[in-house]
Structure formats: structure tokens, C-alpha cells
Design a protein around this ligand. Structure first.
Ligand SMILES: Cc1cc2nc3c(=O)[nH]c(=O)nc-3n(C[C@H](O)[C@H](O)[C@H](O)COP(=O)(O)OP(=O)(O)OC[C@H]3O[C@@H](n4cnc5c(N)ncnc54)[C@H](O)[C@@H]3O)c2cc1C
Length: 412
């Protein structure tokens, strides 16, 4: 097992220890470094972006149905654009630049009256919060993206936001951590945290196979594994559980527009976009009651990344009735990854009853979009005891214990 102690000063003490080098750990490390807080280590049990973020679609959409999600996503998009612009302005070698943000929009196709009424109110809310989404008629969709060859007869309309888009989520995570390391933050890969030491209710160290790290403050950024990490300090009720999702990479078909938005059929959740000259496709599927029970129990099988063979035929059926341009796609690769769900589908952020053990997890499938603002709120809380533009208290672990779940309205 190799130590990848990546700052010049590999250290065994840290003011802040981040567990997990996914997008949450990366945005935290980067933002801490930018604020001059560099006595920080990131401990990753495998390699950077080896968790959910390395398996994600990479979508950055601001079209949500509730205020909190819209604000998180709006700020997340802004953060990535700024990060990309800053790195480009510093004329870094191409290999060290973040991946592009493909700002081609997100297009939601709506095919029933009730959803259409709801979508109109969501777009109004998005617009009130500064997101330039718009409603389109089926004829406008067909005219704007003729190459899609959409079967639109039964559509009520669509919503489109031109400032949404997508990026390479693993490459973005790597770029953020590379910059954080350049500014002095230490990263240890192949370094699982296996125990967290506390004394009189306070954290003082974490243990790894690479040795002990002395630290008064630990941030749990371990994605779908966050509840297991919390058990290391005796917190047994962090409600973050895994939900399996699958993606399919297919050979491109001709005729689709090069600036294809992320196209989403709202009723089925089927979605697709370009990825490196191929098409990336996904379709959310419901877990069986047995799978759901295994997830809630954090059973080992709930973390397995096996593929459910029933999903690909379902995708074929959606394609046949809606997207003739995609008929006959040649499948190159498929994989599964884990969402990290909470009961109200909002993250868990901030302190716990164990002093020095903080949560930054539970993004419920929206971590790429939502991690930048989550990192900002957490850092403000740690450094000033307050946070803005959102009060971090509402995302506390306590809310679940006290039955104060946050409102959420699903768009999909
Ligand atoms: C198929 C799929 C599609 C998705 N599409 C999107 C999308 O389009 N847009 C979007 O915003 N989100 C999307 N997501 C969700 C997104 O990937 C997650 O919300 C995000 O990755 C959460 O980030 P994280 O850093 O909290 O967790 P992760 O990315 O999972 O990172 C956690 C890290 O912690 C490490 N770790 C765990 N335990 C330990 C330990 N004990 N010690 C040390 N390290 C540990 C893991 O190895 C991992 O690297 C998608 C997810 C999937 C599966």
C-alpha cells in the first residue's frame, strides 16, 4: 500500500481532517485552502473520486422544485464557472486545468397535465430565485432541436434552462484537489479511517493503517458510507443510506446536435447527454422492497455495485416511443453507483453531539451540484459560528431526531 502524501509537508497533525476525497472533500479542501486554512489533511480510503462522484452523470442543473435545492444548485454552478475561469486565467498547463462546463442547458419534457401545471409553478419559483429557465411549447422544442427527432404529439410542453449543463465530475474533483494540494493541503490516498478517538466527548485523533493523525476536528465527507463512518464515533442514527443507480455509455448516433442539452423525459426520468463523443444514458429505477430494506439496514449487499439487467430493456422502450433518433444504439459500457439518500433528500451539514465531529454528507444524488455551497456553509460555521446565505442549523442531524424534516418537492 503506497502513501500518497501529496503536500510537500506530509503531516500527522491537522487542524481539520476531511474523511473522503469525493466532491465534498474536494470542494471543502479547495475552499479551506483559498481562505488560508491549510493545516488540513484529506484521508481517502481508495483514490480521489473513486466513490459516487466517479460514477456520476455530471449534471449541473438549477431546475429544481423547491427553494433550497435551487439555491444550492445555483451557487454550485456559479462556483464551478468561477473555478474554471480562475484556473484558465492563471494559464495552468492543460493537464492541470479543470474540465469544461458544457453549458448546453437541461431540457425537461412534460407529458401529462398535472405535471405540466406543477412545472409552470417550478419555473416561476426558479425565475424568482434568479434562474433563467423558461417554458417551451412542443412545437418550439421540435423547431429548436430538429436533430432530436422527438415524438412530441403527447407532450404538454417543456422547461429549459440555458445556463444548466454538465461537466466531467471525476476530473472536476481531481482538479479541485490538485489546486488544494498546490496550496498546501495534504492528501493521503489508500488511507481508510478505521477508528476515531474521542476523550470526554471530543475528537482528538483518527486511526488509519498508515498510522494515527492527531486532530481536533473531523469532517465526515464519506458519501454513501457516511452512516458507517459516524458509527466510528458512536453515532448510530445518521440517516444516510445507499440507493443504486445505473448509467449506460453508448456509441454516438449521427444527426444529434453537437450542443445537445441534457434531455430528460420527466415522467420516466430517462435522460441522456454527450460524453466524450459517446452518449451517456440513465433511467432511475425503483428498488424492490427487499433492496430498500437492505439499504435502510446498511447491509453489505446494499453497497454492491451490481447492474440490474431489467433497466436496459426499459430504456429501449422509452427510446422506441419518444426518441427514434436513438433507436439501435450500440452499448459500450454500463456501470452502477450509489446515491447517498436522506429521509428528506437534503444534506446533513454541521456539528453533532460529539465535539469536533461534523457532517458533510447526504446529498441524495445531487452532490456535484450542491457540494460547493455546502462547503461554504460549513467553513463559515467552523470559522465564525454562523453561515450564509443559508442557516446551516436547518441541515443538522438533530432535525431527524426532532422530526423537523425539510420540505422537498421532487421534479422527477
Ligand atoms: C449514477 C449516478 C449519477 C449521478 N449524477 C449526478 C449528477 O448528474 N449531478 C449531481 O450533482 N450528482 C450526481 N450524482 C450524485 C453524486 O455523485 C453524489 O451526490 C456525490 O458524489 C456525493 O459526493 P461525496 O463527496 O459526498 O461522496 P463520494 O463521491 O462518494 O465520496 C466519498 C469518498 O469517501 C471515501 N470513503 C468512504 N469511507 C471512508 C473511510 N472510512 N475512510 C476514508 N475514505 C472513505 C470513499 O472512498 C469516497 O471516495 C450521481 C450519482 C450516481 C451514482
Amino acid at each position: 500500500m503506497s502513501v500518497v502524501a501529496s503536500s510537500a509537508r506530509a503531516r500527522r497533525t491537522a487542524a481539520i481532517t476531511i474523511i473522503g476525497a469525493g466532491i465534498m472533500g474536494a470542494t471543502l479542501a479547495y475552499q479551506l485552502a483559498r481562505r488560508g486554512l491549510r493545516e488540513v489533511v484529506v484521508l481517502e480510503r481508495q483514490t480521489v473520486a473513486s466513490g459516487s462522484i466517479g460514477r456520476a452523470t455530471g449534471g449541473l442543473r438549477q431546475q429544481f422544485a423547491d427553494e433550497l435545492d435551487i439555491i444550492f444548485a445555483r451557487e454550485g454552478r456559479h462556483f464551478y464557472r468561477q473555478f474554471i475561469a480562475e484556473m484558465q486565467a492563471q494559464a495552468r498547463p492543460a493537464a492541470l486545468l479543470p474540465p469544461p462546463f458544457y453549458q448546453y442547458g437541461y431540457l425537461f419534457l412534460v407529458s401529462d397535465a398535472e405535471r405540466w401545471r406543477a412545472m409552470q409553478s417550478y419555473v416561476a419559483l426558479q425565475q424568482r430565485l434568479g434562474v433563467p429557465s423558461e417554458l417551451l411549447t412542443p412545437a418550439q422544442v421540435v423547431a429548436r432541436w430538429p436533430g432530436l427527432r422527438l415524438l412530441a404529439d403527447d407532450l404538454y410542453g417543456a422547461s429549459f434552462c440555458p445556463t444548466d449543463g454538465y461537466t466531467d465530475p471525476a476530473a472536476m474533483t481531481q482538479a479541485l484537489l490538485a489546486e488544494a494540494r498546490r496550496q498546501g493541503i495534504a492528501l493521503y490516498e489508500h488511507c481508510p479511517v478505521v477508528a476515531i478517538r474521542t476523550r470526554r466527548g471530543r475528537v482528538w485523533a483518527v486511526e488509519t493503517p498508515q498510522g494515527r493523525f492527531l486532530t481536533p476536528l473531523v469532517i465526515n465527507a464519506t458519501g454513501a458510507y457516511a452512516a458507517l463512518t459516524a458509527r466510528l464515533v458512536g453515532i448510530t442514527d445518521l440517516p444516510v443510506y445507499p440507493l443504486r443507480r445505473q448509467l449506460y455509455l453508448c456509441e454516438a448516433v449521427t444527426g444529434l446536435p453537437p450542443e445537445l442539452p441534457m434531455v430528460v423525459e420527466q415522467a420516466s426520468g430517462f435522460h441522456f447527454r454527450w460524453r466524450d463523443g459517446n452518449l451517456l444514458l440513465g433511467l432511475p429505477h425503483q428498488p424492490t422492497p427487499e433492496e430498500q430494506a437492505a439499504s435502510l439496514a446498511l447491509a453489505p449487499e446494499a453497497f454492491e455495485l451490481r447492474l440490474d439487467p431489467s433497466v436496459w430493456p426499459q430504456i429501449q422502450r422509452v427510446i422506441a416511443r419518444r426518441f427514434p433518433a436513438l433507436v439501435g444504439l450500440h452499448l459500450r459500457q454500463a456501470w452502477a453507483g450509489l446515491y447517498e439518500m436522506t429521509p428528506d433528500e437534503h444534506p446533513v451539514l454541521g456539528p453533532t453531539e460529539v465535539e469536533g465531529f461534523l457532517c458533510a454528507c447526504g446529498f441524495s444524488g445531487h452532490g456535484l451540484m450542491h457540494a460547493p455551497l455546502a462547503a461554504q456553509l460549513l467553513i463559515e460555521y467552523v470559522t465564525t459560528g454562523k453561515s450564509s446565505p443559508l442557516d446551516i442549523e436547518q441541515f443538522s442531524l438533530r432535525r431527524f431526531r426532532e422530526g423537523r424534516l425539510l420540505p422537498v418537492t421532487r421534479l422527477l
